[in-house]
Design a protein around this ligand. Structure first.
Ligand SMILES: Cc1cc2nc3c(=O)[nH]c(=O)nc-3n(C[C@H](O)[C@H](O)[C@H](O)COP(=O)(O)OP(=O)(O)OC[C@H]3O[C@@H](n4cnc5c(N)ncnc54)[C@H](O)[C@@H]3O)c2cc1C
Length: 393
C-alpha cells in the first residue's frame, strides 16, 4: 500500500468514487479507502434515480448541475451506465396541490421541461393509474431533461473507480480507516487496517459513518444513519409502463429490463419517528415493508396485483437535521473536507459535490453554494426540516 498521498478519500460510494475520479483527472495524487467493497453503503442500496425538483432553489441548482454531469459521464468514462432520461410522473395527493404548483413554477424558471397535469390529463396519458381511488389532486410530468433520469449505481461506481485508477488514483477496498493523526492543528496521516498513509488532506465521504470518521479527530457533525423507510424492493420484469407514478407515499421507476424498483417515500425524521425506530445501521429486510409498498403499488396500479416481488433490501440514510448535505472545509481543523449528509438524495448530488470538492482542493475555489452547505451553518441559524428528508421529489 502507498505510504503517502496528497489526498486521502474515505468511502467508496458514489461520492468518494466521483471525487477520486475528478481529482485524478486533475493529476492530483489521490488514494481512496473503503472498508468493504465499492458501493458497500447506501449507494449499493439506492434506486439510482436523479431528479431536479429538490427543496429550494439552491439544492435544485445543485441537482441540475449534477444531472448535466451524469449525462456526460458515459462518454467521459467510456462505459454504459444505463443512464436513461426519465419521463416521470409525480402525483399530488389531496392538500399537496399548492406546493406542487409552486415547485413546477420554480423548476420552469430553472429551465426544466415540466408540466402540470390535471387528473383528467393523468387519466389520458396513463389510463392504468387508478386516479379516483388514490385519490389524485393533479400532478406533474418532467421530460427530456438531463437531471431527471436514472443510472445504474453499481455501473457508475465501478466505471468511476476504474477511470480514477487508470488516471493514477489508488483505491484500496477492504481497508478500514481506524484513526486520523493530527499534529499542531493539522492532519498528518490516516491510520488503516493495512497501514498508515501520510497526508495533509482527508475527504470524509463515509456516508452513514461520516460522524464516526469526524469523531476520529474530535469533530462532531450532526449526521446520523437512519434506517426508517430506507429500503426498496424489485419486481419481476413487466411490460413497459409509460409512467410509474410517484408521490409522497411511494418512489419508483421501471428499469431497462422491465423490473419495477420501488420504496416508500414517507420518510420520517428522528424526532417524529415511532419509538421503535432508532438511528443505526439496521439493514434487515421486513415483511411489513413489502406489504406496505405492495399495497400502495396495487392501489395506484390495480393491474400490478399479481406481480411477483423478487427481492427486497434494507439500507439507511445519512441524515442531517435540515436534510441538506454537509460540504466543504471545517473551521476546527485544516485539511479536513466533508462530503456527506446526503439524506435520501445523495446519488442525485454526487456529480456536483465531486466537482465542488475537487475545485476546492485543486484550485482553492469555493463555490458560493458550498458556503450554504458548510458545517458552520449548524452553529448559526438553520431550519430543522419538518418530517421528511426527500425534498420535493
Ligand atoms: C433504499 C435507498 C434508496 C435510495 N434511492 C436514492 C435515489 O434513487 N436517488 C438518490 O439520489 N439517492 C438515493 N438514496 C440515497 C443515496 O443512496 C445516498 O445518499 C448516497 O448513495 C450516498 O453516497 P455516499 O457515497 O455519500 O455514501 P455511501 O454510499 O454510504 O458510501 C460511504 C462508504 O464509506 C465506507 N466507509 C465508512 N466508514 C469507513 C471507514 N472508517 N473506512 C473506510 N471506509 C468507510 C462505507 O463502507 C461506504 O461504502 C437511496 C438510499 C437508500 C438506502
Amino acid at each position: 500500500m502507498k505510504t503517502s498521498a496528497e489526498v486521502v478519500i474515505i468511502g467508496g460510494g458514489i461520492n468518494g468514487c466521483t471525487i477520486a475520479y475528478n481529482l485524478s483527472k486533475e493529476n492530483s495524487d489521490a488514494v481512496l479507502l473503503e472498508k468493504g467493497s465499492l458501493a458497500n453503503g447506501a449507494t449499493g442500496r439506492c434506486g439510482g434515480m436523479i431528479w431536479s425538483n429538490q427543496s429550494g432553489v439552491e439544492l435544485s441548482k445543485v441537482a441540475i448541475s449534477s444531472g448535466e454531469r451524469f449525462a456526460e459521464l458515459k462518454q467521459d468514462l467510456d462505459a454504459d451506465l444505463e443512464y436513461e432520461l426519465a419521463d416521470a410522473l409525480t402525483l399530488a395527493l389531496p392538500g399537496e396541490e399548492e406546493d406542487f404548483r409552486k415547485a413546477v413554477d420554480l423548476q420552469k424558471s430553472l429551465g426544466v421541461s415540466i408540466e402540470w397535469l390535471e387528473p383528467d390529463e393523468i387519466r389520458r396519458i396513463a389510463p392504468y393509474i387508478d386516479v379516483d381511488n388514490i385519490p389524485v389532486a393533479g400532478g406533474y410530468r418532467v421530460f427530456d431533461h438531463p437531471a431527471n433520469a436514472s443510472v445504474n449505481p453499481f455501473y457508475a461506481v465501478e466505471a468511476l473507480a476504474a477511470n480514477a485508477r487508470r488516471l493514477g488514483a489508488e483505491i484500496y477496498t477492504y481497508t478500514e480507516v481506524t484513526g486520523i493523526k493530527v499534529e499542531n492543528g493539522r492532519i498528518e496521516s490516516v491510520l488503516t487496517t493495512q497501514g498508515e498513509i501520510k497526508t495533509h488532506i482527508v475527504v470524509n465521504a463515509a456516508g452513514g459513518w461520516s460522524s464516526d470518521v469526524a469523531q476520529m479527530v474530535g469533530i462532531k457533525i450532526p449526521t446520523m444513519p437512519y434506517p426508517h423507510s430506507a429500503a426498496a424492493l424489485i419486481t419481476e420484469p413487466l411490460e413497459p409502463l409509460p409512467y410509474f407514478p410517484e408521490s409522497s407515499e411511494i418512489w419508483g421507476r421501471q428499469t431497462k429490463s422491465g423490473q419495477i424498483i420501488a420504496g416508500r417515500a414517507d420518510y420520517i425524521a428522528p424526532e417524529t419517528a415511532p419509538p421503535t425506530e432508532e438511528p443505526g445501521y439496521n439493514t434487515e429486510a421486513s415483511l411489513d415493508y413489502i406489504q406496505h409498498v405492495s399495497e400502495i403499488m396495487q392501489r395506484y396500479i390495480p393491474r400490478l396485483s399479481n406481480v411477483n416481488i423478487l427481492r427486497h433490501w434494507g439500507g439507511f440514510f445519512d441524515v442531517t437535521p435540515d436534510a441538506l448535505p454537509i460540504l466543504g472545509e471545517v473551521d476546527e481543523l485544516e485539511g479536513l473536507i466533508l462530503a456527506c449528509g446526503c439524506s435520501a438524495h445523495g446519488f442525485c448530488f454526487s456529480q456536483a459535490m465531486g466537482k465542488f470538492v475537487t475545485d476546492l482542493i485543486v484550485k482553492r475555489e469555493k463555490s458560493s453554494i458550498m458556503g450554504s452547505f458548510n458545517l458552520g451553518r449548524f452553529k448559526r441559524e438553520y431550519r430543522e426540516y419538518p418530517g421528511r428528508w426527500f425534498g420535493g421529489h
